[in-house]
Design a protein around this ligand. Structure first.
Ligand code: HEM
Length: 402
């Protein structure tokens, strides 16, 4: 098979190359690829069982210095290596415990009413219209506001935070490295000031909880608080917006599934799981072998990079019957959209599920005659090797209940 540039965003310009993934799973499930900045290239792991094995074996497979499939050789200078997702046990274990103490199921469940109110206000802005952009008018706003509500960012500061987030993590090729660096610095300064304020006047928000969190006599440093603030904006927003957008496109493209869901709303939780599997909003992350080892019988040398291709594992027929068919009643559904287990499993999985459930309820209940006005195959996709999604999706409807 010719070498496939799985690190190149252009490979995903028209969506996931599922035929290619299938071929890799069948003939070369742990395949070697060249990388412009990594002299030893990387190994792509495409089968579900192998992706699980690597994810769960954090003693052998590390995320440090970072798990991103970047073109640039190293990201250690930009603070990326200090992010939660770039840390290995035991540092990761300690940090995650501290962060978990603020990120409890109770706090996430407590956001439900706020999410409903936010969906109402997003849709209220569409009153009197019969068309909009699904991404820029609907899908991107919900997660941005939910994270801001969770962390405690006041309404009046949000526009600025959202602009910095887009500059820091957006996939706009016109944004310079300097602009990204400046925006990141502004976010750190903002988080510093916010923490300072919460130390004097604690509130019922995540920032106040994290400042006070203590595990084994240790607290989060200011740098760790800043970095987590930054990571949350990215991890929580780019991902969920694409689940909402691509998930809705998939449902509109499969009217039988949409009708099934409309007929029985109790299917929403399993439908969200199936959309996560089918859509894979986060396509892949990497690991680094800490010692000589093997995956699926293929020898991997210490320091080799291993790519976990979630988008392929989620279509592996060894794990899912009829994997290319969307079935909103699929159960069990052992998808790896939030990671395949192990210490880095998505911290925000339940929050993302809740947001998607409430948003899809609104699509079902509030819109009549909803349709996409342009063939999705021709719509621009995010320029990324990490996140899959659309930049713009024009939609229209016959009636919208405010
Ligand atoms: C559909 C939405 C989402 C998807 C598909 C997604 C996917 C992922 C994946 C694949 C990982 C890496 C797992 C691993 O390496 O084993 C991850 C980690 C993470 N996610 Fe999510 N995520 C989503 C939403 C969110 C939200 C809403 C938040 C925050 C509120 C969030 C916060 C995080 C954090 C902090 C990590 C790093 C955890 C660690 O390293 O310990 N994610 N996510």
């Amino acid at each position: 098979m010719t070498d496939v540039a799985l690190h190149d965003p252009m490979t995903y310009a028209a969506g996931f190359p599922h035929e290619l993934f299938r071929e890799l799973r069948e003939t070369d499930p742990v395949s070697h690829h060249d990388h412009p900045a990594w002299p030893r290239g990387y190994w792509a792991v495409t089968r579900h069982a192998d992706v699980q094995r690597v994810s769960r074996d954090s003693a052998t497979f590390h995320t440090s210095p970072h798990p991103f499939l970047e073109e640039a050789a190293d990201q250690t200078d930009s603070g990326v290596s200090e992010l939660l997702i770039s840390k290995d046990p035991p540092d990761h274990t300690k940090l995650r415990k501290l962060i978990n103490s603020g990120f409890t199921p109770r706090r996430v469940a407590g956001l439900e009413d706020g999410i409903r109110t936010r969906v109402d206000s997003i849709l209220a802005k569409l009153a009197g219209r019969d068309e909009c952009d699904l991404v820029t008018d609907i899908a991107l706003w919900l997660p941005l506001h939910v994270i801001a509500d969770l962390v405690g960012v006041p309404e009046e500061d949000r526009k600025q935070i959202f602009e910095w987030t887009e500059l820091t993590f957006g996939f706009d090729a016109d944004v310079t490295a300097e602009q990204r660096g400046d925006a990141m610095m502004q976010m750190y300064l903002y988080a510093d000031a916010m923490c300072e304020d919460r130390r004097k006047r604690p509130r019922d928000d995540l920032m106040s909880v994290l400042i006070q969190a203590e595990v084994d006599g240790e607290q989060l440093t200011q740098m760790q608080l800043d970095l987590f603030f930054l990571l949350l904006q990215n991890a929580g927003s780019e991902t969920t917006r694409n689940l909402i957008t691509t998930g809705l496109l998939v449902l509109l493209d499969h009217p039988d599934q949409l009708e099934k869901l409309r007929a029985d709303r109790s299917r929403l939780p399993t439908a969200v799981e199936e959309l996560l599997r089918y859509v894979s909003p986060v396509m892949q992350f990497t690991r680094r072998a800490g010692a000589d080892t093997e995956v699926g019988g293929v020898p991997i040398a210490a320091e080799d990079r291993v790519l976990l291709v979630y988008a392929s594992a989620n279509r592996d027929d060894r794990a899912f019957g009829d994997p290319d068919t969307i079935d909103i009643t699929r159960h069990p559904n052992d998808h790896v959209a939030f990671g395949a287990g192990g210490p880095h499993f998505c911290l925000g999985a339940n929050l993302a599920r809740l947001e998607a459930k409430i948003m899809f309820e609104a699509f079902l209940d509030r819109f009549d005659g909803l349709e996409v006005t342009t063939d999705p195959a021709t719509l621009p996709r995010v320029n990324s090797n990490l996140i899959d999604g659309f930049v713009n999706v024009p939609i229209r409807w016959k009636a919208l209940t405010a």
